[in-house]
Design a protein around this ligand. Structure first.
Ligand code: GDP
Length: 628
């Protein structure tokens, strides 16, 4: 039994739809947001809130056909129905689809009904035939031909539903959205709002990783992830925000501080007083020399302007290889996999050379292949140009934030509430968290904000003094809030935010201890800080140098944040700061890996050591660098 069938354009404009029951939430909007707009069409299905969404693409007509059914009751004829409706719709409306003014597809309802009846009866015949042979009654092969869960996208995201709904509903006949029922369908990721036992945490982690983690971590230590599912989760907000409003300090964190395992870090000497020392004038002078007086990086066309950068021989060779391959293939009409697979394989190598994580490159290429297969080529173009353009479009879509991230505007909007705007920074050790925090502080000060920095790395020796030095260097309108070492970072942040509110600071920047993604005690401490303080933004700071590990870091940070917050709508990373971009030449692939893994934007890019070396991403230039 299916619940819903839809025909819509790739942009989400619904042409025809049949809903058999009222759906909870809006799985169709999620399909548009998380599959079509993010180039994941190669995945076989999307699972969310008890529903499975499957789809078929008609690339030539630019149409998407979707079928929605309850995951627990998969109809055996879903694929059959998709294909027969796709063929019938294309045949019936071949001319109408090309006419932008034509919008009445209502007479398709009768056609659909007969196709549905035919598909059901074919399925019954198949089941009867199977029963006649060896499939035992009730076996999966008898009941369903759906793919196994290993290849599907799970994208439960209640808070994402607002995004894209309007677009999807245009011209829609259905009244199937029912946001009030969201609470009833909160799934099993973190449903227990009581204190989490160690067992529960382990179960959550295992369930999360099994169902949601990005593939490809097989060689790394830690839990295995499924081969091609992708990690979105409850509370992964597609617009970069999460709706949880709980702020109370939870009892489950009460013992954390004493139990934290800091084995990955160098601790502040436990025997010395836990008070950070004052910094010397010489230290401040050195900091000023390095971060304020040194010459800022002027050479960032990839980031700051649209122009091409020069590129090296390797990049040029890559380009040559790709384009040489296609000489003589111009003039074809409808593309087939045989046409597009070889050039896409070449582009895959180029992406990997540019440091895109291998699994991300594979998915991206497969998705572009799915979107091109059967597509009619424009006249006067070549296969190579068509493939390149499709990849360019896909990368641009991935790297373009769904919502523009304007931190200054967000700060201004928050000001009226009388509370400071809070940004927390997290990431592994040594990636440039404190330096990026200081750069962002400099940027905010230059835009007339008063900033409080909360020293919540209460563990690493020298962490507080490092920030104190930056604060002295940065000058006026910035203050450091610290409680020294050995304190509960979450509590320090709470006090800092309180003080900032009382003193009418505009922004609080929370520095946190660096931690490896597999360090569970430290991840629990970070989750506590995030859950208790509910920052306006949680930035992940990552090095542009990172390759395949980018996916591992980000998916495990997010997985741990899910595991260790008790809310069913936990806060996750909702912005990325990419550091050391000045050190990677044109190997800019980490940007793609990070955005693809989280669905979150790169808000700032670090291009050097001075405070001025902070940029925003220029998507066009980044894509050019990737495909060069
Ligand atoms: P944390 O441990 O993550 O807080 O890292 P730090 O902020 O202490 O930075 C580690 C090192 O990376 C320092 O030497 C920084 O000067 C350097 N660093 C940070 N950001 C950048 C950047 O964008 N470019 C370059 N070249 N170096 C950077």
């Amino acid at each position: 039994m299916i619940d819903d069938f839809g025909v819509f354009s790739r942009s989400g404009l619904i042409l025809w739809r049949k809903s058999f029951v009222k759906l909870r939430g809006d799985p169709l909007a999620l399909l548009v947001q998380t599959v079509l707009l993010e180039d994941r069409a190669a995945l076989p299905e999307l699972v969310c809130d008890g529903y499975t969404v499957r789809w078929a693409l008609d690339n030539e007509a630019g149409l998407v056909f979707s079928v929605i059914y309850q995951t627990a009751l998969p109809p055996a004829y879903a694929s059959d129905l998709l294909l027969s409706v796709k063929a019938a719709f294309a045949a019936k409306y071949a001319e109408a689809i090309a006419d932008p003014l034509f919008d009445d597809f209502s007479d398709f309802t009768a056609v659909f009904q007969s196709l549905l009846t035919a598909a059901e009866s074919r399925s019954l015949s198949r089941a009867a035939a199977l029963r006649g042979s060896k499939a035992p009654p009730g076996s999966r092969s008898e009941l369903s031909t759906e793919p196994s869960s290993s290849g599907r996208l799970e994208a439960c995201s209640p808070s994402s539903r607002s995004l894209g709904q309007a677009e999807v509903r245009r011209g829609e006949q259905s009244d199937s959205n029912q946001p009030d029922e969201e609470a009833a369908v909160e799934g099993a990721v973190v449903s227990d709002t009581e204190a989490l036992s160690e067992d529960k945490i382990r179960q959550n982690r295992e369930a999360f990783i099994r169902r949601k983690m990005v593939a490809g971590n097989k060689s790394k230590k830690g839990p295995k992830s499924s081969a091609s599912s992708l990690s979105f989760d409850k509370g992964t907000s597609l617009n970069g925000k999460s709706g949880n409003s709980k702020r109370s300090v939870s009892g489950k964190f009460a013992d954390d501080v004493g139990r934290l395992d800091f084995s990955d870090d160098t601790p502040h000497d436990a025997l010395s007083p836990n008070i950070a020392r004052t910094v010397t004038d010489a230290e401040v002078a050195r900091c000023r020399e390095q971060h304020l007086e040194a010459r800022p990086n002027a050479a960032y066309d990839i980031i700051s302007a649209d122009g091409d950068s020069t590129g090296d021989g390797g990049a040029l060779r890559s380009r040559g290889r790709v384009f040489d391959f296609f000489k003589g293939l111009a003039g074809m009409k409808n593309l087939t996999r045989a046409d597009i697979d070889p050039p896409l394989a070449q582009f895959r190598d180029v992406l990997i050379e540019k440091n895109v994580a291998q699994e991300i490159a594979d998915r991206l290429i497969e998705s572009v292949a799915a979107s091109l297969n059967g597509k009619r080529m424009e006249s006067m173009t070549t296969v190579s140009a068509t493939v390149r353009q499709a990849l360019d479009d896909a990368l641009t879509r991935i790297l373009t934030p769904r919502q523009s991230v304007d931190i200054l505007a967000e700060i201004a909007a928050k000001r009226a509430s009388g509370r400071p705007y809070v940004i927390a920074f997290c990431g592994v050790n040594g990636v440039g968290k404190s330096t990026s925090l200081a750069k962002i502080c400099y940027y905010l000060l230059n835009n007339n904000n008063r900033v409080m920095i909360a020293a919540c790395d209460t563990f690493r020796a020298g962490a507080v003094e490092q920030l104190r030095t930056h604060v002295r260097c940065l000058g006026e309108n910035v203050e450091l809030f610290d409680k020294g070492y050995g304190k509960d970072a979450a509590a320090v942040a709470v006090d800092a935010v309180k003080k900032a509110r009382d003193l009418k600071y505009d922004v609080v920047l929370i520095d946190t201890a660096g931690r490896m993604q597999d360090n569970e005690p430290l991840m629990r401490a970070l989750s506590k800080l995030v859950e208790v303080n509910q920052p306006d933004r949680l930035f992940f700071v990552g090095e542009a140098l990172v390759g395949n590990d980018a996916v591992d870091q980000l998916s495990k940070f997010n997985a741990a944040l899910v595991d260790h917050q008790k809310s069913s709508n936990p806060r996750l990373i909702d912005g990325i700061v990419l550091t050391k971009f000045d050190t990677i030449d044109d190997k800019v692939g980490a940007a793609v890996s990070m955005v693809y893994t989280t669905g979150q934007p790169i808000v700032f890019v670090g291009v050097g050591q001075t405070y001025m070396d902070l940029r925003k991403v220029n998507t066009k230039s980044l894509v050019q660098a990737l495909l060069r």
